[in-house]
Ligand binder design. Structure first.
Ligand code: NI
Length: 430
């Protein structure tokens, strides 16, 4: 301890008492106290008698106060470090573990910032969990997850902004179909199939296709069946063309049939075969069935038997000469047939072939009408059209539609040879 003199002499430089401290903590010299004794308060005067011990006690008290303050500060720190943090979330009081951050509040489910709504490409709501993240507001401002929470902080949440799913693009192969024509056990691939390609735009989450653009159409595989006949009731139809050959028109019809891999039956006139044997030969070469349609298209019911015989035989001979084939089918001009004519036809090795649907195409009343009539056909039916006898542009215009629409309805195209039964009678419209 310091002696009196030390304190007195050292009052200006005491190692114990820093001069920067407030004056009440600085010990005073005795003379000073005596001189000021009268003006001091009662408590101060009481300490006079204790002398040196008073100074020592004051120092001890001060150390104690400081210690207490330090302990107090420590306690405050300890409280701050371990006591729950009271905050409000959307106005509700909640106590969070000491040291909690925004992330902790979210983790504990106290603050639940909702993700934004996600719209599909069609505008419908498809998801929320994957939406734009919501945010936690602390005292009104968006806070980072690492933000430490303090007493009485006010927490609130805002949902994420609404978003629309991403639109992606993909290439999609369009598989080709296998189209069978004709009937029978023998198969021949007329054309190989090739897949098409389209580019689709679709929603990444919903998978909804927004748009599809065809890059390449599929080419259907065509298989020709021969050597047999369809069964009764099967969806087959025979296309027949009368009054040719008629050069460019017949060739147009042949090209359309080739495009669809279809075989048809052509009832030729002897006059036309004689005039245009090359086109007649072309019809045969492309695999179609040939029929006899008389030589000069008279009404056979008004002809003598010998005239009918001449009409029938001259035509079969002309067809044989031009194409190498002997026709098996005979169709009377206008469908007009009697028992005499029928007998002559059958005696010459042919069967009479009528039709079930006349398209009236020779009337030139528009291709739409031709299509409309053709579509009335029933399974096993025979459709009558014309490649000769006049301008057949409307027939050529209608033919692809007739083929496609009937094919869409499940029909297969066959020749008369492949029909389960060929109508041998009838006098309906043509
Ligand atoms: Ni005719």
């Amino acid at each position: 301890m310091h002696n009196e003199r030390d304190i007195a002499a050292g009052s200006e430089y005491s190692p114990h008492w820093d001069r920067s401290r407030p004056p009440q903590y600085r010990p005073r010299r005795r003379s000073e106290r005596h001189a000021r004794g009268q003006s001091r308060g009662h408590a101060h005067r009481q300490s006079h008698g204790r002398g040196r011990t008073t100074h020592r006690g004051a120092a001890t008290a001060l150390v104690a106060v400081v210690t207490l303050l330090l302990l107090g500060a420590g306690a405050v720190i300890a409280v701050a470090a371990f006591a729950p943090v009271p905050v409000t979330v959307e106005g509700n009081a909640v106590r969070l573990p000491a040291g909690s951050t925004v992330a902790r509040a979210v983790e504990l489910g106290v603050a639940r910032p909702q993700p934004g709504v996600v719209h599909a490409v069609d505008g419908s709501v498809i998801a929320t969990a994957t939406g734009a993240p919501g945010a936690v507001l602390v005292n009104g401002s968006a806070a980072a997850l690492t933000t430490r929470l303090h007493w009485r902080d006010k927490l609130a949440t805002v949902a994420g902004a609404p978003t629309t799913e991403t639109v992606l693009e993909r290439n999609v192969e369009v598989p080709y179909k296998t189209v069978k024509q004709g009937f029978g056990e023998k198969k021949r691939v007329v054309r190989k199939g090739k897949n098409g390609l389209k580019v689709e735009q679709y929603g990444a989450l919903s998978g909804m296709v927004v748009s599809a653009k065809t890059v390449r159409k599929p080419v259907n595989k065509l298989v020709e069946l021969t050597g047999g006949s369809a069964k009764s009731g099967e969806k087959v139809v025979a296309l027949t063309f009368d009054d040719g050959p008629w050069n460019s028109q017949t060739t147009c019809v042949l090209d359309i049939l080739d495009r669809y891999g279809i075989k048809a039956t052509f009832f030729m006139l002897g006059t036309r075969v004689t005039a245009d044997p090359k086109t007649a030969a072309k019809v045969a070469k492309r695999g179609h069935v040939l029929g006899n349609h008389s030589f000069s298209h008279p009404d056979l019911t008004k002809q003598s038997a010998s005239a009918v015989r001449s009409q029938v035989q001259k035509t079969s001979a002309a067809i044989k000469k031009a194409t190498g084939q002997s026709p098996k089918w005979f169709r009377a001009p206008g469908g007009a047939m009697d028992s005499t004519a029928r007998g002559i036809v059958e005696a010459n090795g042919m069967q009479v072939a009528h039709w079930t649907v006349g398209t009236g195409d020779w009337k030139n009343l528009g291709s739409a009408r031709v299509v409309k009539y053709a579509l009335t056909v029933k399974p096993g039916g025979v459709i009558l059209m014309h490649d000769g006898g006049g301008d057949r542009d409307q027939t050529i215009e209608a033919l692809p539609q007739v083929i496609e629409k009937l094919r869409d309805r499940g029909y297969r195209f066959v020749t008369l040879d492949q029909l389960p039964s060929v109508p041998g009678n009838g006098s309906g419209s043509y």
